[in-house]
Write a new protein. Sequence first.
Length: 326
Amino acid sequence: MMKKFLIKPVLFVALLGVLVVYACSKPEIGYLSEHIFYLANPFRVEQGKTTYSSPIVGNGSTNPLSVSLLKVKDNSGKDITEDFTAPRMIYTFVDQITSEDNTLEKLGQKIKDSLVTPFQINPLGGRLEFSAATSYLPTGTFNIDVEVSNSKGKRTLSDACAIELIPLTTTHTIAYKRVNNDDVYYTEDANIFVDVKHESGTEGSWCIYKFVDKNGEILSPADGDIVRRSNTFPYFTDWNPYYPLTVTDTALVHQMPDYGITFPYFSVLSVGGTRWEDANMRNDFKIPAGRLNETSKDLNGLISFKFYTSGTFTITTHLRSFTKAN
């Protein structure tokens, strides 16, 4: 009887000791997975286009996750972090631009310049953020090292994500094209085709408008082969009144403001008292009678398009049903 009575106090003391030890030890706080990753890897980015990734995948890690950039490396492993994070100049609209903003001075009052970094990581969640300033960066594949932390601790991820920086895939759109006389309208590629070539990184931004017949012979604006259709229809200079139009033997050459912002800047204008509304740049021109072998009448033409970046655009209109008269 005595032994049984003594066992209970001993067990109680032992249990009390375990509880004291447990109470004094700090419970583990948080969890940081060994398998944290970016879902889109490689992550594709177009030059000059604002782009965001999804946040980093914590794979069960305790939130919030903090992520910081350690390094950007080129395909040889060279550290080029500064190239990706140094602030660069971009332009943005501060107010709506209208056709009344028809001088460089007026236009400049509606556009502001800002210094932004081409690339940064959002510290809360690790989203990859690319700005329009990526237009300053070379194309190629790059890798990033990041540090991820939470209440549990820190973890370094080498080559956390590959970045594929590619040229802008859509530099322009051709909305519509047409040629017609009093009898026939031609809208199909078999009759009229507009080819656009874009060259980035040029000194300034330019539009070079060329017109060729079915044999590739160039129509000469300087000789009067290409003229304005009417004082009530939009023409190249109406959408771009900021620089004079240069007329040569081979092309119409027009400088554009070099802001790298979608052009034309406005969609409504008045020409000779007629109101025109077009989100693209509608340009009406005329090939006078006697300039083409297939028609004895004036041939009216229309091309409508939009630009999404800066550089030099060569816009060639192919008249595939006509030959130039000699």
